[in-house]
Design a protein around this ligand. Structure first.
Ligand code: ZN
Length: 350
């Protein structure tokens, strides 16, 4: 089959070409629970750029073995091509989306439904991913799609959407009418998070972003209050929330000072959810104690979360903006993403 292969890292992200379009062996069923998926769409994610930079090497490859060559792509959807002898309920041609982690199902975390924890692997990071015609995965990671959802239109939900859904669902469980939730950042993840919050809770949604374009998108996707991040955003949020701050703050940025501002927008006993990453969170312990604020981490989501998100997408409640590229143009898609030239989410189509 054809695939886009990362053959060497580029720490400075300056090379003219990062991945090579080449012939590789077809993936094979090796375990009775394996599934081969014909890729219908693979999302191009900022994490792929970090993989190319080598940022993920220490996490995904702790033994120091060289992982390259590696087929990128962790946001995958398509159609069942072949199933192992123990796989039931899936047949060739069924449209599916894939949870980003292949888990064994025997760890206690997996039995609790937390597939992102416990042992497992990440296609596209620690083993071959979906920038290819076919992908091998495990049956536990397969979510069947409703018949009206095209794999290419939902592929990026496998990571970006799932992460936004996971945190918005967590926040919505404690949010009541009359309360407030702040989303810092209305980009790729943020604009999905806003739609999920709109569908799942009755709190008023305040969106903070420095881009007027992002704020316009936020308004269209359900924001009740728009706050321009111009240096006065904390005060603007306090003004909207009658001086108290919001019950929930979801920080999709996590760098360039957003964590301090996010915590300053969180009211006493409120929850600050961190999704974006880059800087350290610095806060005096006594300050957390006096205010009883909670800082909550978030890592992708569960298999059930992905199922629920597909239900929302099927009902037209969560829309993902996409820009389609042919698989052979993966390098262009990655460079466009790096240059900030992709409108919506880039999707590779074999
Ligand atoms: Zn991703």
């Amino acid at each position: 089959m054809k695939a886009q292969v990362l053959n060497k890292y580029d720490e400075s992200l300056t090379a003219a070409s990062w991945v090579d379009y080449q012939d590789v062996p077809d993936p094979k069923i090796t375990k009775p629970t394996d599934v081969i998926v014909k890729i219908g769409g693979a999302g191009v994610c900022r994490t792929d750029l970090h993989v190319i930079e080598g940022v993920w090497k220490p996490f995904m490859d702790p033994s120091g073995n060289n992982l390259l060559p590696l087929i990128l792509g962790h946001e995958n959807a398509g159609w069942i091509e072949e199933v192992g002898s123990e796989v039931e309920g899936l047949k060739k041609g069924d449209p599916v989306i894939l949870h980003p982690r292949i888990s064994s199902g025997v760890d206690i975390e997996h039995r609790r439904g937390e597939d992102m924890h416990g042992s497992g692997s990440f296609p596209g990071l620690s083993e071959n991913g979906g920038y290819a015609e076919y992908l091998a995965t495990g049956v536990r990671n397969v979510v069947k799609l409703p018949p009206d959802l095209a794999p290419k239109s939902v592929a990026a939900h496998a990571d970006a959407g799932l992460t936004a859904y996971h945190v918005a669902k967590k926040a919505s469980r404690t949010l009541l009418p009359g309360q407030y939730v702040v989303c810092i950042g209305a980009g790729g993840l943020g604009h999905i998070g806003i739609q999920v919050l709109k569908a799942m809770c009755a709190a008023e949604i305040i969106v903070v972003d420095k881009s007027d374009l992002a704020l316009t998108l936020a308004k269209e996707t359900g924001a009740d209050h728009l706050v321009k991040a111009d240096g006065t955003e904390v005060q603007q949020v306090l003004d909207i929330t009658k001086g108290k701050g919001a019950e929930a703050v979801i920080d999709f940025v996590g760098e360039k000072g957003s964590t301090k501002k996010g915590l300053d927008m969180t009211r006493p006993a409120g929850n600050y959810y961190i999704v974006g990453y880059g800087e350290n969170i610095v806060i005096p312990t006594v300050d957390l104690i006096f205010t009883e604020r909670n800082i909550i981490g978030n890592l992708v989501g569960t298999w059930a979360d992905l199922n629920e998100l597909m239900s929302l997408a099927d009902r037209g409640l969560v829309h993902l903006a996409t820009a389609e590229y042919s698989l052979k143009d993966a390098d262009k898609a990655l460079h466009d993403l790096n240059a900030g030239k992709v409108k919506g989410r880039a999707i590779l189509i074999p």
